[in-house]
Design a protein around this ligand. Structure first.
Ligand SMILES: Nc1ncnc2c1ncn2[C@@H]1O[C@H](COP(=O)(O)OP(=O)(O)OP(=O)(O)O)[C@@H](O)[C@H]1O
Ligand SMILES: [Mg+2]
Length: 242
């Protein structure tokens, strides 16, 4: 049974079909890669699922409930968390406070939220900078902080939008290791990434979007040799990053 089931999802901005009749499921425990060229609709898809945009049409089911059009808070309460392509940390708050914002969703009492936040900061290796003002962090640490805040909400399903963009090779390897550890903890993930040598070994399955439509849904080895995918996206990109 699917953890997330998306049927016929369409998002229109005026005359632009950013997402078009998307059928997609996410199975429990899997890492699903979501790839495609710039403007293909990947972030829009995340926004429609996580409550930031109401879909124009279609249905989203998570676990046993229909969550179509729910608010971001309600979606998060149901067990779906996300990070943003452009990091959104609360710049003037400390690292610990940022993560507590996430933890409060599950733990209304301050002491409990703090305990949860500290646990997550340990897991994400941010404990050393917990009292720093967030705006002073490196981009890699800001991304990790955003992940920590998402994890503090205790998600069952996690959407990561280009979590590895802008990281150097060492930081990228650390981020990959983190994703593997999260999977061991039982968190199901959807990853949007442009770096094929990161996504291909990490993903169990890859869905490819092009101009808002799903053009392929398969295991990574088959995606890498899919003519339509190579033509629309992978061609130079895969070779360029290989
Ligand atoms: N709020 C919005 N209003 C109008 N158009 C939008 C809005 N958000 C996205 N779009 C448009 O929808 C299309 C899909 O954009 P989206 O950001 O989802 O692509 P993406 O696959 O995430 O691209 P990238 O890889 O560059 O991040 C683009 O043409 C974009 O300009
Ligand atoms: Mg995007």
């Amino acid at each position: 049974m699917a953890l997330l089931e998306v049927q016929d999802l369409t998002k229109r901005f005026g005359g632009l079909m950013a997402n078009q009749d998307i059928d997609l499921h996410v199975s429990p425990g899997e890492i699903l890669g979501l790839i495609g060229p710039n403007g293909a609709g990947k972030t829009t898809f995340f926004n429609c699922i996580t409550g930031f945009y109401p879909p124009t049409q279609g249905a989203v089911h998570f676990l046993d409930e229909e969550i179509t059009g729910w608010s971001p808070e309600r979606v998060c309460q149901a067990g779906i968390a996300r990070t943003f392509q452009i990091v959104k940390v609360l710049r003037d708050m400390t690292v610990l406070e940022n993560v507590m914002v996430g933890a409060f969703l599950r733990y209304p009492r301050t002491a409990d939220a703090r305990r949860k936040a500290l646990e997550v900061l340990g897991f994400t290796e941010l404990a050393d900078v917990r009292d720093q003002i967030s705006r002073n962090l490196t981009i890699a640490d800001k991304k990790r902080l955003e992940l920590a805040r998402a994890l503090a909400t205790e998600p069952k399903l996690l959407f990561l939008d280009e979590a590895m963009a802008g990281l150097n090779p060492t930081e990228t390897n650390e981020a990959v290791a983190m994703v593997r550890r999260l999977r061991e903890q039982g968190i199901t993930m959807v990853l949007v990434e442009h770096v094929m040598k990161v996504i291909m070994p990490l993903a169990d399955r890859v869905v490819v979007l092009d101009s808002g439509e799903v053009i392929a849904d398969d295991v990574p080895a088959k995606i890498a040799t899919n003519e339509r995918v190579i033509e629309a996206y992978l061609g130079e990109k895969y070779r360029a990053t290989d």
